[in-house]
Structure formats: C-alpha cells, structure tokens
Design a protein around this ligand. Structure first.
Ligand code: FAD
Length: 470
C-alpha cells in the first residue's frame, strides 16, 4: 500500500488538459494525483508548443520591427543584430518559469504529483515507472487519460532534430539557417516559418493540399497567403515530398506535383516536418483494459468524456476535436465537474483558432464555406483594417474583419479576423457566439476609440447596414 491508495481521481499526463483537470478536481474536493513522465508539467503546450513558439514569435517580431520599421517611427538604431543564444535563453526562461508555476499551483491545490510514465494494470490501478527508476502503483476510483499528442512523421523522412526537425527542433536551432523548407502549411509550420523568415532565413513551404491552413475561411486564407508572400515566404502548394537525401552538406528534397508529374529538387540547410500531430497512447496499456480507439488512434468519448470503460475518462489532444490547448483545458474542467457529479460543458463549435503570425489570424464559428454548405441564407459584413484609425495611427493596418450572420435572424455564425492582435480581438466574437448574439448586438455595443476592436463593430454593422469609416 502507498499514499496514493485513496485517490478519487488520477490524471495521466500533465499537459493543459491534465494539469487543469487535476487542479479542478482537487478544487472540487476530490483527492487527486497527476502522473507526468516528462519531468516537467505543462505538456506539449508549455514545453515544446504554444509557449516557446510564442516567445520566439515575439522576439523575432521585435528584431524584424527594429530592423525594418523603427526608422519609419523616428527611432534610429545604428545596427540591429540577432543574438540567437540570448533569444533562446529568454524562451527557455519563459518555459521554465511557467512549468514551475504549474508545480506551485499543484502544491497550492494539494494535487499529488508523480513524476513517471503511467501504464494501466486495471481500470483503477496505474503502474508508474518513476523518473528515478522506481516502480509505484497509483490507485484511483476515476482515471483521466490526458496523454496528448506527438509529432506525426512522414513516411521515408527520419527526423534527427538537427537538419530534419520537428517543431521541437525548430524551436531550438543553434544557428539561423540560410534556407528552411517547411513541409506542411498548417498553423505550426507557418508560425515556425515566420520566426526564421524574420531572422533572415529563406523559407519555402511545401504543401500537398491546394491551400494553406485548410480549416480557415477561404477569403481570409487567400489574403493571408498573399501577406506571407509579401514577407518573402514562398509556397509550393499541390506538391508532395517524394524523398529526402541527407548524404551531403545540404538536404535535398525530391518533390513532385501531388497529382503526379515531373519531379524537382529543392535544397535547404534545415527541413521542418510539420505535417500534423497524432494522438499519443504508446505504452499506456489501453489494450490491457479494453479502451477502444478509432482508426487514427484517438480515444472516442461520450459527452461526459467517459471512454467505453467505466471510470476511465479521456480529454485533450488524445480524443477527437480541435487539437488546441484551450480546448484541452476546457475538457479538463468539464471532465472534473462530471466526475464530481456536477454538469460540465464544452462547445467544440465555438473554440477559437489563432495563427500567431504577424498579422495574426483568428476565427471562431463557421467559415463562409461551411455556412454555404449548410444551406442557411447569410450575409457577410467586412471591414478592412486600413479603415481603422488605431491600426493606421500605429502603421499596422494589414488585414480585415469578416462577420457572417444568418440572413433572417442576424445571428452571428462566424467571425474571422486578420489583424495585429487578432488573437485577443476574437474573444468578443466568441462571447457573442456563446450568447447567440446578433451582429447588430455587437454593432450597438459602444466600443472605445481608437481601438482595433472598433473594426469588429464596423464589420458587424456592415452585415445589415453600411460601415462608417470606409
Ligand atoms: P499534451 O500537452 O501533449 O500533454 C500530454 C502530456 O502527457 C505530456 O507532457 C506527456 O509527457 C504526458 N504523457 C504521455 N503519456 C504518458 C504516460 N504514459 N505517463 C505519464 N505521462 C504521459 N495550441 C494552442 O491552443 N495554441 C498554440 O499557440 C499552440 N501552439 C503550438 C505550437 C506547437 C509547436 C505545437 C507542437 C503545439 C501547439 N499547440 C497550440 C497545441 C497544444 O500544444 C496542444 O493542443 C495541447 O498541448 C494539448 O494538451 P493535452 O493536455 O491534451 O496534451
């Protein structure tokens, strides 16, 4: 017997899904243990995802602004240089402080933290091989699987995290590559491509599909691609990678049109494979207790996050739904609430998505393509950032706001924003969607002047009337 015998809840995985579920469960009075094998809390997001990428996006943006834009604002710099080691150190410090912060939150909320890899022995018993090399059994009445996701490789491409890197390697390069090829034009590839492009790397994005970020509203996506092209990012769409040759100093990629055709060779110092992420259940022993998985390895759950095995729940990247940290967090809260006998709630149709490039692209609700397909009559209101006085006053007016509302009722169906700070602006729209607001509700809400948020007000106005400032 050990001190973990009496757990009400055991969470496997300390990412944004798992650590939030553990804290919430403890706050609800449940005795809770969280098992994490990484040696640090915060999962993919804090350690090798959201946080380090945003740190590098900010630092590289500062460099780029200093080099190319400060002079326009009357700020003269004699010489602007990159100190990559210092940039990486600032990123590492941010990651360290945040992961340690979660550990403090565990202590504050009395969540037991076990450092090690967990494996099911039964639906109520987890064997943990601790980081120190010991084995413990952790027992719990309810188990939450929050083991997240891992990098999805490409057949025939071996990731060495030096020249052929995943997002993890791309967050820790020790030199600025002259040429970088990004395989996959999803948000992770575009964010990491932006970081290195700003630092002077020639970036080419190779994508199998005919478009970048397939989940994005088509009109916004096309404008977004043009913006990235202006930032000197090159795109090779409808192109597949046939093979990779690393036998010489440069990496050689053999490419072919997705539909077949003449092959070409593209060379680079570093290749980033960002072709998606895959649910992570390796070594968990799910087969031992009979937890079902779908064809692509995700764990199906019901609305209470319960798997097919009683008392075993799953949340976050390891289950179907948008693979995003805030979604995993909301799953975690709702799952803990259900376990404690309360109601929980997450609406996957209203999860905002943000690409943290510059400008940022953020959206919530349906794209115009999805609305069209649903057959609902709709109206679109748009407002370009060049009409927004705050954006103009700071010389940062690239982008637009697009509001899609139901024609008959004016109910907002989707909002898409490309603008600086779009990731912050989108939450007004998320709230509006949550409350089934009409676009007129937003338009009649007094917005402070001069703010970027006024662009959303004007786009909302444009769905049923005319905007003022354009
Ligand atoms: P994870 O964060 O993957 O955590 C799972 C944890 O479980 C891991 O720490 C793992 O070590 C642990 N684990 C696995 N198996 C076991 C086991 N058997 N025993 C013990 N522990 C185990 N999302 C956003 O919302 N915004 C962003 O800006 C963003 N940027 C990203 C940038 C990059 C480069 C990447 C890769 C991802 C990004 N994401 C972003 C996605 C986000 O990181 C994930 O959606 C999120 O981390 C999922 O949370 P999770 O808790 O489900 O799983």
């Amino acid at each position: 017997a050990d001190s973990y015998d009496e757990n009400d809840v055991v969470v496997i995985g300390g990412g944004p899904g798992g650590y939030v579920a553990a804290i919430k469960a403890a706050q609800l009075g449940l005795k809770t243990t969280c098992i994490e094998k990484r040696g640090a809390l915060g999962g993919t997001c804090l350690n090798v995802g959201c946080i380090p990428s945003k740190a590098l996006l900010h630092s590289s943006h500062m460099y780029h602004e200093a080099k190319h834009k400060f002079a326009n604002h009357g700020v003269k710099c004699e010489s602007v240089e990159v100190d990559l080691a210092a940039m990486m150190a600032q990123k590492d410090k941010a990651v360290y402080n945040l992961t340690k912060g979660v550990e403090t939150l565990f202590k504050k909320n009395k969540v037991n933290y076990v450092k090690g890899a967990g494996k099911f022995l039964s639906p109520t018993e987890i064997s943990v091989d601790s980081i120190e090399g010991e084995n413990t059994i952790v027992k719990g009445k309810n188990i939450i699987i929050a083991t997240g996701s891992d990098v999805k490789g490409l057949p025939g491409v071996t990731i060495d995290e030096k020249r052929i890197v995943s997002s993890t390697g791309a967050l820790s390069l020790t030199e600025i590559p002259k040429k970088l090829i990004v395989i996959g034009a999803g948000y992770i590839g575009l964010e990491m491509g932006s970081v290195w492009a700003r630092l002077g790397t020639e970036v080419t994005v190779v994508e199998f599909a005919p478009q970048i970020v397939p989940t994005m509203d088509g009109e916004i996506r096309r404008q977004f691609q043009r913006v990235l092209e202006k930032q000197k990012m090159k795109f090779m769409l409808k192109t597949k990678v046939v093979s990779v040759d690393t036998s010489t100093d440069v990496v050689k990629l053999t490419l072919e049109p997705s539909a077949g055709g003449e092959q070409s060779i593209l060379e680079a110092d570093v290749v980033l494979v960002s072709a998606g992420r895959t649910p992570y259940t390796s070594g968990l022993g799910l087969d031992k207790i009979g937890v079902e998985m779908d064809k692509i390895g995700r764990i199906p759950v019901d609305r209470r996050f319960s798997t097919n095995v009683k008392g075993v729940y799953a949340i976050g990247d390891v289950i179907p739904g948008p693979m995003l940290a805030h979604r995993a967090e909301d799953d975690g809260i709702a799952c803990a609430e259900f376990i404690s006998g309360k109601e929980g709630h997450v609406d996957y149709d209203k999860v905002p998505g943000v690409v943290y490039t510059h400008p940022e692209v953020a959206s919530v609700g349906k794209t115009e393509e999805q609305v069209k397909e649903s057959g609902v009559a709709y109206r679109v209101g748009k407002f370009p950032m060049v009409g927004n006085s705050r954006a103009k006053s700071i010389d940062d007016a690239e982008g637009l706001v697009k509001v899609i509302a139901e024609k008959e009722t004016d109910k907002i169906l989707g909002v898409h924003i490309m603008s600086s700070n779009a990731g912050e602006l989108i939450h007004e729209a998320a709230l509006a969607l949550t409350y089934d607001a009409s676009s007129e509700d937003i338009a009649r809400t007094c917005h402070a002047h001069p703010t970027l948020s006024e662009a959303l007000k004007e786009a909302a106005m444009a769905t049923y009337d005319k905007p003022i400032n354009i």
